[in-house]
Design a binder for this molecule. Sequence first.
Ligand SMILES: [Zn+2]
Ligand SMILES: [Zn+2]
Length: 219
Amino acid sequence: MQKLEIRTFTSAGWDENAYLVRAEGQEHAVAIDPGGGTPELLVALEGDGLVLDAILLTHAHIDHVDGVARLARATGAPVYLHPADRGWYDQAGTQAHYFGVEVDAPPPPDRELEGDSVLELAGARLEVRHVPGHTLGHVVFYDAASGVAFVGDVVFQSSIGRTDLPGGSHSQLMESIRTRVLTLPDETVLYPGHGPPTTVGRERVGNPFLAPMYGGGFA
Ligand SMILES: [Zn+2]
Ligand SMILES: [Zn+2]
């Protein structure tokens, strides 16, 4: 089984997880959701002499994109975003202002992410799954060979994403989780946008938002 090397850079304040990901032994990497931990991610990238091939965004809430401008400027890597989150992305400055912070406006996205597509990057084969509910353009990235999924703010250890912001829908989120996350093998390790990694099986059985409907024994 191919292994992914995953390094996590958690921001102060929002506790958002930015991930630096590559297949073991690869000199190319991708960054997922570069938020406030981006300066440390850049140090790791440069320290290891890695080439950044892509900046992948699960969605465009400010805590997941506030490092995009800096990372894109430093590496020249293209930014990938689902078009349905372009509204949030283009309002990064307004979002930041709401929280009383300043951010550099991220550059326009270079590529549009599409559900049911595959990205071959940094030695990994990442399936893109469209999972609306937390935002309209939220996606998860799933690497079947290593049994890993980056799930942004869709599902967390013992919790699920909020749906009270514009574009949010609880029923849509539950449907996305049911059809596009819980259908992954139980041993799949989920790397969320906030908090520690978990697994599909653990959340199916123990997540208080999911277990009453979808729970049951480990498959
Ligand atoms: Zn979010
Ligand atoms: Zn978040």
